[in-house]
Design a protein around this ligand. Structure first.
Ligand code: SDX
Length: 458
């Protein structure tokens, strides 16, 4: 029985396609699988057995790796739905705890269900004391994402009683523990770098209020959470909570397909998210804006981004799926102005550069033609920096939001009907079989010629 509510709506259209090999005349029939909304999928599961060939799709540009009921994205229309609910509605009317429940269970909670869920999360926020000793083993200069990868992976050593993936109750307990503990781990990583004492979670505060207090308060003085900043934090977490089969979520699914424990799977997701092309982009955006330094240099960077000889890319722009505006970027742009207004910041040079860069890029033919719009990472870094997070904590915040999405997908896969290990194949382009050469008769020449003759012998 799956953990999630099942509104399975998958229909199969047998034999919709006939694939014919024009060289041999052999053909095979392929079915089409229709989901609820969005592109249908060509069922190629029997392709290899019937043709002896693989489908070839590096980067999975045209590949559905699974079916899922969690999140839907329409890249052309800029639509993002969590369990069918538009991200704009959730960002304005819901809160992160409610969105966590929705992603994990498939439906919005009743007031009682939400209260119980929030109580559970609140009472799992503390860390085992020896885990804190483990964290203290890192250098103070360690990147906080390195600490997140290590400490989250180590949770399986401390919470072994929720690693039996065949037990739905343990799957849910492990999920609750990670959602609850991520802010504590992230805040402790930050405090550890500063050499400041850890601030324990306060069960009287909301999830986002707790995060801000653990990050920015010190025992020496009272700390009042700014409600506008807490709301902005909550919205950032909602917007980062899930995004269907992105690189880090696919990593969690792949790791989980082998039966690995959930803590190890989420740690693998954090690792993938760290990359600058993925969740690390928010940190890269700020570094880029700082490198631009002044509006008068913007065009120079845009020209670099357009130059095919220059590997530089405009960080925070472009997306594999969104070929229109990322709906999350629009919401974050508004949140950016709210936070800056609340903190009475009259002019933020980096924000000024970002707004100018966005306007120039959106009018530039290259960006229009390649459909490159600002994505979720373009504004999130500016907001987090304004709230007071250091740049190297931005991807940590992304990971805090995305943890529930990783877990929802992991649970959906493990609790699903056809859970099997993911094991892609490849197109082999290496050496054909060749003879071993004893070390005393090896020279670079003989080894290379041996490879060459190996190719020729075919
Ligand atoms: C996230 O998948 C997700 O859902 C991710 C995410 C999530 O919530 O999980 O949405 C979060 O990762 C957002 C993306 C954050 N990354 C960045 O902002 C880094 C900058 N963006 C690019 O690296 C790029 O746009 C990607 C990685 C986001 C998407 O890459 P794709 O889909 O592989 O697109 P591509 O690299 O094939 O680019 C298509 C063309 C290329 O030109 P040609 O080779 O066709 O001539 O567009 C160009 C690229 O050179 N291009 C850019 C560009 N992004 C793409 N040119 C300049 N600047 C850019 N940012």
């Amino acid at each position: 029985m799956s953990d999630d509510h099942t509104n399975q709506s998958k229909t199969i259209e047998p034999g919709r396609f006939t694939l014919t090999d024009n060289k041999t005349g052999k053909s095979c029939e392929l079915s089409v699988i229709h989901g609820t909304v969005g592109p249908s999928a060509l069922d190629i599961r029997k392709l290899y057995s019937e043709t002896g060939m693989f489908a070839y799709d590096p980067g999975f540009m045209s590949t559905a790796s699974c079916d899922s009921q969690i999140t839907f994205i329409d890249g052309e229309k800029g639509i993002l739905l969590y369990r069918g609910y538009p991200i704009e509605e959730l960002a304005s009317k819901s809160d992160f705890m409610e969105v966590c429940y929705l992603l994990l269970h498939g439906d919005l909670p009743t007031p009682e269900e939400k209260a119980e869920f929030e109580h559970t999360i609140t009472h799992h926020t503390m860390l085992h004391d020896q885990l804190i000793d483990f964290l203290r083993g890192f250098m103070r200069s360690a990147h906080p994402m390195a600490i997140m990868v290590g400490v989250v992976g180590a949770l399986s050593a401390f919470y072994h009683d929720s690693t039996d993936i065949s037990d739905p109750r343990q799957r849910m307990v492990a999920s609750h523990r990670m959602i609850a503990k991520m802010p504590t781990i992230g805040a402790y990583a930050y405090k550890y770098a500063l050499g400041q004492p850890f601030v324990y979670p306060n069960n009287e505060l909301s999830y986002s209020e707790n995060l801000l207090r653990m990050m920015f308060s010190v025992p020496a003085e009272e700390y009042q959470v700014n409600p506008v900043l807490a709301k902005a934090m909550d919205r950032i977490l909602i917007l980062h909570a899930d995004h269907e089969q992105n690189a880090s979520t696919s990593t969690v699914r792949l790791a989980g397909s082998s039966g690995a424990n959930p803590f190890a799977c989420v740690s693998s997701g954090i690792t993938s998210l760290w990359g600058p092309f993925h969740g690390g982009a928010n940190e890269a955006v700020i570094k880029m804006l700082e490198a631009i330094g002044d509006k008068k240099h913007i065009q120079e960077f845009i020209d670099r981004a357009k130059n095919p000889q220059d590997p530089f890319r405009l960080m925070g722009f472009g997306h594999r799926v969104y070929k229109n505006y990322d709906p999350r970027a629009k919401i974050l742009r508004e949140t950016c102005h709210e936070v800056i207004h609340e903190l009475g910041i009259n002019n933020d040079p980096l924000l000024d550069i970002a707004l100018e860069l966005e306007q120039i890029a959106l009018k530039d033919d290259y960006f229009i033609e390649k459909k490159l719009y600002p994505n979720v990472d373009f504004y999130s870094g500016i907001i987090l920096r304004t709230i007071g997070f250091p740049t190297n904590m931005f991807t940590v915040i992304f990971a805090l939001g995305r943890t529930v999405g990783w877990l929802a997908h992991w649970k959906e896969m493990i609790g699903g009907d056809d859970h099997r290990i993911a094991r892609p194949r490849q197109l082999y382009t290496g050496d054909r079989q060749r003879q071993y050469i004893a070390a005393d008769s090896r020279s670079r020449h003989s080894i290379s010629w041996g490879g060459f003759w190996g190719k020729i012998r075919e």
